[in-house]
Design a binder for this molecule. Sequence first.
Ligand code: WT7
Length: 656
Amino acid sequence: MTEARLEAWLDETRSFAPSADFAKHANAQPSIYDEASKDPVAWWRTQADRLSWSTSPTKTLEWDLPFAKWFSDGTLNASYNCVDRHVEAGRGDKVAYHWVGDAEGETRTITYAQLQKFVAQAANALSELGVQSGDRVAVYMPMIPEAVITMLAIVRLGAMHSVVFGGFSADALSSRILDSDCQYVVTADGAFRRGAPSPLKPAVDEALQSCPGVKAVLVVRRTGGDVTWVEGRDHWWHDIVDRQADTHTCESFPAEHKMFIMYTSGTTAKPKGIFHTTGGYLTQVATTYNLVFDVKADSDILWTAADIGWITGHSYIVYGPLINGVTQVMYEGLPDSGGRDRWWKIIAQNKVTTLYTAPTTIRTLMKWGHELPGAHDLSSLRLLGSVGEPINPEAWMWYRQYVGGNRCPIVDTWWQTETGAIMVSPLPGITATKPGAAMRPLPGITVDVVDNEGKSVGNGEGGYLVISEPWPSMTRGIWGDPERFKETYWSRFPGKYFAGDGAKRDADGDLWLLGRIDDVMNISGHRLSTTEVEHALVGHPAVAEAAVVGASDETTGQAIVAFVTLKLSADEAEKDQSGVIEELRVHVSKVISPIAKPRQIILTPDLPKTRSGKIMRRLLRDVAEHRSLGDVTTLMDPTVVNMISGLMDEHQNDND
Ligand code: WT7
């Protein structure tokens, strides 16, 4: 989008006031901000009453910066809170999930009562396999109900799940299993993608060659067909789970009992195992789901279109919604499985009221044309959400107009794997919205935008986003590495949580998120570090050196551009450039995931470095985005940059 066009959108659509009708019935009333800010810690204690505690907490926050404990003398069971208590309250017949398969017409409807039985059976099976409180269980599954059932069964036993996105490679899976010493893996034979089976079990088999600590693998049959089998280690779900008793009495655990690990990319090659604990996490996901999505449990049908392999799926497909006792749509397929209007069909058929997705998907749907949503009845929708990356005003406006019929409020929700739950977002019915702005911190949350010295910036100024006060669902640390936790998040601005994002306060004091300011890229809402991709590239025998940058991309937000020097002589490389480039792209997708496949690889005899030998990524980003190259005086050999920008132009369309 050109700057001029962006301006035009912004001029036309500065701000949308909340509709009076929505405001009248909204869960949150404007006074909520004042109530919470008077005493945020006490306010969060009232929010904890959304949960069903075995022992009600008398303590609220114990803060030993940067380590927080919330509700520490309370006890509860996460799975009980999601499932059993709804059944006990007489809501067992309510649908928890309308599951929609990749193939059109394949659906499953699961009530809370059924979910309770499935979770009990899975918990019984996992304990038969040896899973105990405190154990770690890796989950590598497609978007099928068994994935949710597995997560709930694991936390029911007091064990921790570490869900690894099904699109990750065997290498990525094994390093995650090893880092947190998982002794169990739950997986499926495969997943369906646009009607075709895509195997998962072979990646598990490959990963486990380097994970001798894994004692048992539980496998759901999803796609059928042959799988290799390790006797004694591998167990079919239908053999073990189906024969279990469908009741399970659960134990309660302290609020600070460790609940799950979610790996995410930081600025180094090694992903960080972000872990969360029970009471604080569940409190904040329950509150934010209820307020941000204005949940009406009796009438809403909510669809978070994300994968359970990411934090969005954990917080807003599994825990937040289930605690609120709502009915959801859970979809297995891709946006164009069965055709490019699949999403609109799902919304119309299921009368979805609330849709939550990522800007990258909105931009893809937008590319396919507004005629597609226009041809379906989307009148059931009443609220739209966005998450994962800054949403550009054009995509926001399209979402509002063609999906939301100019009547649905849009909540642009900023948060992270580390924050566990939504932190910055408008509240529907209260906050006026601006296309592209996440607006303001939620009640009970204190954020700031600070300059280099850590001083708050004024309105109209930009800086770094920090979180100034502890919050219930904050990560309790990086698995096995408390020092790295302090160093990464708490050292840049002492006493404050440094999120890694740039932000701006506009003239009205509203917040705009501006993207990462570190070496973390955001590709289609997926977080990847430049170093991680560089690491994968230099792992290839032909590569001498690699520098990776995230360059802006119309659809995916950012795309990976890699500058690579080969070990081969220039002559050799010259002979088969496109062959080498393709091989490297496939290599990266194998080592990490197809998400990490560079959009473009530039082979170059040299990389620009500072006098101290650091690769100048900022400069390469400018080259990749065709910006004029600022100051290059610290550069060792400025001619390298000119040469690279020449190469870039030459190979502009090579990798498309
Ligand atoms: C990073 C966190 C939150 C669940 C999915 C991603 C970016 C996230 C927004 C938003 C602008 C956003 C940030 C953040 N981000 N939401 N609404 N506006 N940027 O979780 O993988 O932990 O990534 O995603 O850069 O730091 P994640």
